[in-house]
Design a binder for this molecule. Structure first.
Ligand SMILES: NC(=O)c1ccc[n+]([C@@H]2O[C@H](COP(=O)([O-])OP(=O)(O)OC[C@H]3O[C@@H](n4cnc5c(N)ncnc54)[C@H](OP(=O)(O)O)[C@@H]3O)[C@@H](O)[C@H]2O)c1
Length: 269
């Protein structure tokens, strides 16, 4: 089946107002599928929607929603009307670097709402619709921090492990319903993500500083290529090697080493 036949007529991308979500929205539109863009910043969504329509000729629909809100799913469903979602990209996400015990508890709980609760609700709702049609796709945004536990980024890392496990388990489970699921595990990627947290990898020593920073377009393209083929995608050769090496180490990478690496990138530590 062609991409648009399998995953059309509409895709819904959360966190489409910047970074990897924006790249997904553009990449999906270029494959001939209409896109629903979800995030909080309405002005960004409106501008992106106009650009996508001009570039790709598909239809777009922007929904302003805070995915941590209790009414998020209802708002999205009300706004969608009769648009049928064949592809869900659970991309919106955020996290806080630094010492867990110094963080505000409500902020950590909100990260679980955004990174885990919202994607779960959306996968449940739209997964049922896809199952009834016998086709569809779901992308879960995990991270290499969901493969290797990341000290000083502990709650975020744990939410990303949740996304990875959830996506990989659903990959096997929903294939019987004609639904493709992939867990996408990017390494460092250019976006607004690290503008919002205390993290500066330029402080790493030379071999680590050479760590590839991928573009959001490369990451989204890898996710879309993996959909229907793999349960997990780690974009970029260097990250695939890193993950392989970590798995081959007798008991994974020692936590003191990842702790050291993370602290070096935290200017205030
Ligand atoms: N960048 C990386 O190195 C990297 C690596 C691995 C995984 N990831 C994952 O990739 C995903 C996308 O991140 P990114 O790098 O593209 O970062 P980003 O540029 O900061 O994008 C985050 C997106 O999430 C949206 N968002 C944040 N809070 C929201 C809320 N409460 N309700 C609705 N939307 C919300 C933001 O839009 P608004 O602010 O307009 O709401 C934005 O569109 C995340 O799940 C992240 O964990 C990123």
């Amino acid at each position: 089946m062609k991409f648009a036949e399998k995953y059309g007529p509409w895709a819904l991308v959360t966190g489409a107002s910047s970074g990897i979500g924006e790249a997904f929205a553009r990449g999906i539109a270029a494959r001939g599928v209409n896109v629903v863009l979800v995030a909080r910043r309405a002005d960004r969504l409106t501008q992106l929607a106009a650009e996508i329509e001009a570039d790709s000729g598909v239809r777009t629909h922007a929904i302003t929603a805070d995915l941590t809100g209790d009414d998020a799913l209802q708002t999205i469903c009300d706004e969608l009307g009769t648009r049928r979602i064949g592809l869900l990209v659970n991309n919106a996400g955020a996290g806080q670097t630094g010492a867990f015990l110094d963080h505000d508890l409500d902020t950590e709980l909100a990260a679980i709402d955004l990174n885990c609760r919202a994607p779960l609700m959306l996968a449940h709702h739209f997964g049922r619709i896809m199952r009834a049609e016998g086709r569809g796709g779901i992308v879960m945004l995990a991270s290499i921090a969901g493969i290797l536990p990341a000290p000083m980024f502990a709650n975020y890392s744990a939410t990303k492990a949740w996304n990875r496990f959830f996506g990989e388990a659903l990959h096997a489970e929903l294939t019987h319903d004609g639904i493709d699921v992939v867990s996408l595990c990017p390494g460092l990627t250019q976006s607004e993500f690290f503008d919002k947290v205390d993290f500066n990898p330029s402080q790493w020593p030379a071999p680590l500083k050479a760590t590839t920073i991928m573009s959001a377009e490369e990451v989204a393209a890898a996710g879309l290529r993996g959909l229907g083929h793999s349960s997990q995608v780690v974009p970029g050769l260097s990250y695939r090697w890193l993950m392989r090496a970590a798995r081959m180490a007798p008991s994974g990478l020692p936590p003191w080493l990842t702790d050291r690496v993370m602290r070096l990138a935290l200017p205030s530590r």
